[in-house]
Structure formats: C-alpha cells, structure tokens
Design a protein around this ligand. Structure first.
Ligand SMILES: Cc1cc2nc3c(=O)[nH]c(=O)nc-3n(C[C@H](O)[C@H](O)[C@H](O)COP(=O)(O)OP(=O)(O)OC[C@H]3O[C@@H](n4cnc5c(N)ncnc54)[C@H](O)[C@@H]3O)c2cc1C
Length: 463
C-alpha cells in the first residue's frame, strides 16, 4: 500500500501508516490475539474528518474498520490492509446538567464519560471497565451495574449523529430516521459511524454504597444459588454481578486464599448509601471471606474490575442468555468454572430484570429483555503458546451450559462465531428487520468489520 497517494480532502486529523513511530501503538487493541495491520489509520477529530475518511476509503476500495475504544474481542476496530477510521480524537462532551443530557464524542471511553458527568452528580448505565469505548458498548446496547434501575445505555440514547456509508451526516432519533434509531440501539456499528451520542443522564452518587464480596471457590454452587434467589427479589436499585475468578495476590485477600479460585460479587447500590448494607443483607449474611464494601465514589465502583482487565492479554469470549438457572445448571457451572484453565478467566453472571425488562422487547433492536441471566464466559491468559487449551476450556464450559440457554446471545460479549450466532442474538424477525434497514443505509455492506448484519438483497437504496 505504500504507493497510495494520501490526499484526504477535508480531513484535518492525523494519519498513521506502517513505519510511522506511533503506528503500532495506534493499531493495538485490547485482545492480544488480534494483530492486524491497517494500510491507514485515520485519527479523526471531528465529524467532517469521519466523512472525509469514509469517502476516501470508498474511493480507494479500502475496507473500513471503526476504532472506538478497541475493546471488541474480535478486534473489529482494525482491518488488515484497509482503513481504520479511528475515533479516538472525538472526545468532546457537552453536559446540560439542568436538562440532564450529555452530548459525547463517539471516541470517548467510559472512564472519560463518567468523570465528566460525575462532576454534576450525573451518570448513565456504562461499561464496567473505564477503558471501554462508549461507541461499541452503547451500540451493542450497553450493560452496566446500573442497568436494573436505569435500563441499558441504549435505552437512554436520545439522538445520534451518524456518518453514513456515503459519508453523509444524518441524525437518528425518535423523530428523525426512527428506523435507523431503532436499529442502532443494539445493532452495533452496522449502520454508520456515530460521531456524537446524546444520552439522558440520571442523578447518581457521586457516593454510592458498594464494593466487592469474595467467597472461597468451593462455596461456588452454594453462593450462586443464594445469589440467584437474592436477585430474583431484589429492587431495581440493587446493582450487582457475580463472577467465578481466581483471588488476586492482593493484600485485601487473606493469604491462604490468594491464587485460588474464588467467587466475587460486585455490589453497586443506587439507593440511599445508608441503606446499602440492609439491601444486600442476604449476601452479607453468607459470611464472605472478604467484604470490601463501603460508601465510595461511583467512579471507584466503575473501576473495581479494571485491574483484572488490562489491555494486552489473550482473550477468547462467548456468552449466552438464560431464562433461569436451575440447581442442576448452577452445579454444572460451578463445577467447571471452579477449576479455571487460567487464573485470569472470569465467568460472569449478570442478572436481568428491573428497568431493562420493563421496556418492550420490540422497542429496540436489542431483545432478550426478559432473560433472567446473561453469562459471559471470558477466557483470558498470558502467552500465546497455550491458547488452544484455554479456548477449548471456555467452549467446554459454555457447551456444558447450553441445555439451559435460551439460544440468544449478547453480542457485546461474543467472539467471532459466525453469522448464525449473530442472527441468534436478535432472533429471525428482528434480524430480518435489521437487514431491511441495513439495505436502506448501507446496501454495499461498507460497514462489515463487526458482528455483521448483511443487507437484505431486494430493498431499493435510500442513500
Ligand atoms: C474489559 C472489557 C470490559 C467490558 N465491559 C462491558 C460491559 O460492562 N458491558 C457491555 O455491554 N460490554 C462490555 N464489554 C464489551 C464491549 O461493550 C464491546 O467489546 C464493545 O464493542 C466495545 O466497544 P469499543 O468502542 O471499545 O470497541 P471497538 O473494538 O473500538 O469497536 C467495537 C465495534 O463497535 C463499532 N464501533 C465502535 N464505536 C463506534 C461508533 N462510534 N460508531 C459506529 N461503530 C462503532 C466498531 O466498528 C466495532 O465493530 C467489555 C469489553 C472489555 C474488553
């Protein structure tokens, strides 16, 4: 690609090419399994840059990837030999504290977004690790600790500014292009590049009661059964998640437990902090080995699992939704997850219910709103040599749980498992509707480096 003449009319950002000093840094993504070399990385600083980059890529027959926060486990942010439209220069945020609305650049991370909105005591459901991009997460619906009270991130999306496959700029909202607005709330980056997200905010903290409980690994089945029963009756303000982990070698972990399998439960209480201990009493009464819970800033709660999720480890992920977790299912899960292939694995059980389940399943592209649990099978390890063993372990664990899964899957937690899994993520009716909308906005499937929804063949293009 070195003979490519680089003239991007209207582009004021920065271009990185192979050989440039910052090229390798710019092409690196979260998952070390991914090592791709784009011909061009176009770091955009404004909407016009994104339009110019898309037009240039199309004129030069370059495949397009979009880099938000680079957290997609499939490495969708980068494409070999193509154009990476890098949004990491799009980080402006305007907050109207009175109206409780934020308009945020499509390349912000959740850490940046939370820090800005918390200055006003406001927030929206956001990613559980601060380095995750708001873009990929929100477009895949957006699951976070506050979702049972506030809905998914996409349930709080009021408007999106979008650069389409032709490089044009359009608005999607309930009033403007409502079909497109429906599709981007769960349908990922299939329909265009979102340069600005306008999100509804809510009063959150800045101080919440929350933290982490740790139980010894051998208590896995007992603790998960108690947790399952607890979340079934818990009020919306009770945010939480349970994970099968390995206890880190940290001072707060009792010496004998360090390096051994454990169960971690994150607590994030959106009610009055003084009521936190009572709200989580059934979990506290289980006598955890570590109860690192207190009143703390929301941004600290948002960072609790960050140390276990550094960029640069090898990752293999899959996921499934469940309508219920029977005792038998819990025993199977705890039996296998309690013997991890890697000390960095995280088998995360996210409860549904609350606000996400009260929104009509048809209201957004994302469905599965009635599912009781979303389990994220996250395999993570260091050193590539042993990759297949870890991948096989995660496949074995998720496979053992298939008899209880609904068949649907949360695309933000899914690796590269082919078109049928993407369709299963939506179900056939929604998938067909998305294909129609894709055909209107991106009939040539320009945006296909993603969990792809191919365009329906027969729809006359609108743009
Ligand atoms: C450590 C970690 C923690 C996570 N925690 C959560 C969590 O709590 N909740 C949750 O729901 N998910 C979570 N995820 C999954 C995450 O939501 C997805 O990986 C998501 O795709 C990441 O978005 P990104 O912008 O960082 O990724 P990228 O890899 O940059 O992009 C992913 C996809 O989104 C598209 N995209 C990104 N930004 C835009 C944009 N502005 N316009 C159009 N398309 C865009 C890209 O083209 C690509 O297809 C986590 C992932 C990691 C690695």
């Amino acid at each position: 690609m070195s003979e490519l003449v680089i003239e991007l009319p209207g582009f004021a950002g920065t271009i990185f090419r192979p050989g440039d000093p910052d090229y390798d840094e710019a092409r690196t993504v979260f998952n070390a399994m991914v090592d791709r070399r784009p011909a061009l990385i176009a770091r955009c600083t404004c909407t016009a840059d994104v339009s110019a980059a898309v037009r240039f890529a199309r004129a030069n027959n370059l495949e397009i990837s979009v880099y938000g926060g680079g957290h997609s486990v499939t490495g969708a942010a980068v494409v070999d030999g193509g154009m990476c439209v890098d949004l990491r220069g799009l980080k402006t945020i305007a907050i109207d504290a009175q109206k409780r609305v934020a308009r945020a650049g499509g390349g912000m991370t959740w850490g940046e977004f939370d820090a800005a909105t918390q200055e006003h005591g406001l927030a929206v459901t956001g990613g559980r690790v601060p380095s995750t991009g708001i873009g990929g997460l929100a477009l895949g619906s957006g699951s976070g600790w506050l979702e049972r009270a506030l809905g998914f991130t996409c349930d709080n999306l009021l408007e999106a500014e979008i650069v389409t496959a032709t490089g044009d700029v359009v608005t999607a909202s309930a009033a403007d292009n409502p079909d497109l607005f429906w599709a981007i709330r769960g349908g990922g980056g299939n329909f265009g590049i979102v340069t600005h997200f306008t999100l509804r905010l809510h009063p959150v903290g800045p101080l919440l009661w929350g933290g982490m409980l740790i139980f010894p690994g051998p208590r896995g089945a007992e603790v998960l059964k108690a947790y399952r029963d607890f979340v079934a009756k818990a009020p919306d303000e009770v945010g939480s998640g349970l994970a099968f982990l390995t206890a880190p070698p940290e001072e707060f972990v009792p010496e004998p437990a360090r390096g051994h399998p454990c169960i971690g439960v994150i607590c994030a209480y959106l009610g009055d902090p003084a009521d936190g201990p009572a709200a989580y009493a059934p979990l506290l009464e289980l006598a955890p080995a570590v109860a690192m819970v207190d009143v703390m800033p929301y941004v600290v709660i948002q960072s609790l699992i960050a140390p276990g999720n550094p960029k640069g480890r090898f990752n293999y992920w899959t996921a499934d939704f469940y309508d219920d977790l029977s005792d038998e299912a819990v025993d199977v899960l705890a039996g296998i997850a309690g013997q991890p292939s890697s000390p960095f694995n995280q088998i995360i059980v996210v409860p549904g219910g609350g606000a996400i389940a009260r929104i009509d399943d048809e209201a957004t592209a994302f469905g599965s709103r009635q599912a009781a649990f979303n389990i994220h099978y996250l395999g993570m390890w260091e050193g590539q040599a042993d990759s297949q063993r870890h991948i096989d372990y995660i496949k074995h664990l998720a496979g053992a749980m298939k008899p209880w899964s609904t068949g649907a899957v949360y695309l933000n937690f899914l690796g590269d498992e082919g078109p049928s899994r993407v369709e299963a993520g939506f179900g056939p009716a929604k998938f067909a509707r998305m294909q129609q909308i894709k055909a209107q906005w991106d009939p040539e499937n320009v945006f296909h480096i993603n969990q792809n929804i191919p365009p329906a063949p027969s729809v006359p293009p609108q743009r």
